[in-house]
Ligand binder design. Structure first.
Ligand code: NAP
Ligand code: ZN
Length: 348
C-alpha cells in the first residue's frame, strides 16, 4: 500500500507531494496512522542539506502523534486505537553502553533517525512524519496520556519537549535554580514552560522585542532583550544554568558571562555554521562550563510526556495544512513562529 507524503528531492527544491511504501509489520512493530506532525527547525536544516548529510528524497518530521492501526504479534505494550507518539529515533543498536542505559540518542553505532536514516540493517534512508502513516518498533513508540483534544499541541513535545527537558533534568534544575532560556522558538518556549514547572526561576533571553509579553505569559519570571547591552549587564553572574536554543551562529560570550561561578550553559541549537569562538577567559575566571545535549532517551521521553500531562503542559501551536509547509519554513527562518507549526495530516 502506498503512503502519501511530502518530500524534498534536493537541497534547493521546495517540499512537494511524494509517495512511499512502509515496511510490512514485523512481530515487534506498531503501525501508526499519523494525525499531527510538528515542524522542527531540524526538518528545515535537513531538507536543505545544511548539515551536509541529507539523503534524498527527504521526508522530514519527527514530532509525530497518531493512533495505532495495527500491532505485530509480539507487541504487548500497545493496542489498536491507542494514542501514541514517535520522536526523533526509531531504532538503535540496543547493546552499546548508551543503549543499555536508556540513552539511545548517544548509541555508539548511531541511532536510526525517524528520517534521514541510517535504517537497520541496510543503512539506507528512513522517511519521517510528513506522511500518512509509519511503522515503528514498539520500543521506540511512546504512550500519549494527555486528553485527546490536546493531541496536536502534544506533537512538539516529541522533539522540542524532550530536547529541553533532558538537559534541564541532567543539570538538576529545580526549586531555587536560576535558569536562562535563550531564544523563544519551538525549543525555547518548551524550555520556559518546563523549567518553570520544575520550580526554577526563569529568565528568557530573546532578540525579538515583540515576544516579551509572550515570554511572561508562557512562564518566564523576567524577559531580557539580548540585543540591549544595558539589559544584559543586569544579569551578569546571576544564573546557575542556561539552555541556549538559538538556531544561528552568535556570540556565546555574552551569555557565558551571565553564569555564576560553576554555572553551565548547554547548547541545543545546532546552526549550519560554527559559532564565533568564545573567550576561554570567561570560562576560566568563573570555572564555568559550556556543554551540549542531544534530544533524550526513550525512557526519559516517556517521563517527559507524563510530566507534561501531569502539569498540563503542551506546546503553543499554529496548525497548518501540509501544502503550507514551504511558507512555514520561510516564517521559521524569520523567527516568526508562535511557537511551533504543527501539520494537520488530514490535509495531506
Ligand atoms: P526555531 O523555532 O526556529 O527557534 C530558534 C530561535 O532562535 C528563534 O525563535 C529566535 O528566538 C532565535 N534566533 C534565531 N536566529 C537567531 C539569531 N541570528 N540570533 C539570535 N537568536 C536567534 O528553532 P527550533 O525548532 O526551536 O530549533 C532550534 C535549534 O535547535 C535548531 O538549530 C535545531 O536544529 C536544533 N535542535 C537541536 C536538537 C538537539 O537534540 N540538540 C533537537 C531539536 C532541534 P528569538 O526570536 O526569541 O530571539
Ligand atoms: Zn527536532
Amino acid at each position: 500500500m502506498t503512503t502519501k507524503a511530502y518530500a524534498a528531492i534536493a537541497a534547493d527544491s521546495p517540499l512537494a507531494p511524494f509517495s512511499l511504501t512502509r515496511r510490512s509489520l514485523a512481530a515487534d512493530d506498531v503501525h501508526i496512522d499519523i494525525l499531527y506532525c510538528g515542524v522542527c527547525h531540524s526538518d528545515l536544516h535537513t531538507a536543505r542539506n545544511e548539515w551536509r548529510n541529507t539523503l534524498y528524497p527527504c521526508v522530514p518530521g519527527h514530532e509525530i502523534v497518531g493512533r495505532v492501526r495495527a500491532v505485530g504479534a509480539a507487541v504487548q505494550d500497545f493496542k489498536v486505537g491507542d494514542l501514541v507518539g514517535v520522536g526523533c529515533m526509531v531504532d538503535s543498536c540496543g547493546h552499546c553502553p548508551a543503549c543499555a542505559e536508556g540513552e539511545e540518542q548517544y548509541c555508539a553505532e548511531t541511532f536510526t533517525g525517524t528520517y534521514n536514516g541510517p535504517s537497520r540493517p541496510d543503512g539506507g534512508n528512513t522517511f519521517g512524519g510528513y506522511s500518512q502513516d509509519i511503522v515503528v518498533k514498539a520500543g521506540f513508540v511512546l504512550h500519549v496520556r494527555h486528553p485527546e483534544a490536546q493531541l496536536a499541541a502534544v506533537a512538539p513535545l516529541l522533539c522540542a519537549g524532550i530536547t529541553t527537558y533532558s538537559p534541564l533534568r541532567h543539570w538538576q534544575v529545580g526549586p531555587g535554580s536560576k535558569v536562562g532560556i535563550v531564544g523563544l522558538g519551538g525549543l525555547g518556549h518548551m524550555g520556559v514552560k518546563i523549567a518553570r514547572a520544575m520550580g526554577a526561576t526563569v529568565t528568557l533571553f530573546t532578540t525579538s522585542p515583540g515576544k516579551a509579553a509572550d515570554g511572561l505569559r508562557l512562564g518566564a519570571h523576567a524577559v531580557c532583550l539580548s540585543t540591549d547591552r544595558e539589559q544584559m549587564k543586569a544579569h551578569v553572574g546571576s544564573l546557575d544554568f542556561i539552555l541556549n536554543t538559538v538556531a544561528a551562529p552568535h556570540k556565546l560570550d555574552a551569555y557565558l558571562r551571565l553564569l555564576k561561578r560553576d554555572g553551565t550553559m548547554t547548547l541545543v541549537g545546532l546552526p549550519a555554521e560554527p559559532h564565533p569562538t568564545w573567550s576561554i577567559g570567561t570560562l576560566i575566571t568563573g570555572r564555568r562550563q559550556l556543554a551540549g545535549s542531544l534530544i533524550g532517551g526513550i525512557r526519559e521521553t516517556q517521563e517527559m510526556l507524563d510530566f507534561c500531562a501531569q502539569h498540563g503542559i503542551v506546546s503553543d501551536i499554529e496548525t497548518i495544512r501540509m501544502d503550507e509547509i514551504n511558507t512555514a519554513y520561510e516564517r521559521m527562518l524569520k523567527s516568526d513562529v508562535k511557537y511551533r507549526f504543527v501539520i494537520d495530516m488530514a490535509t495531506l
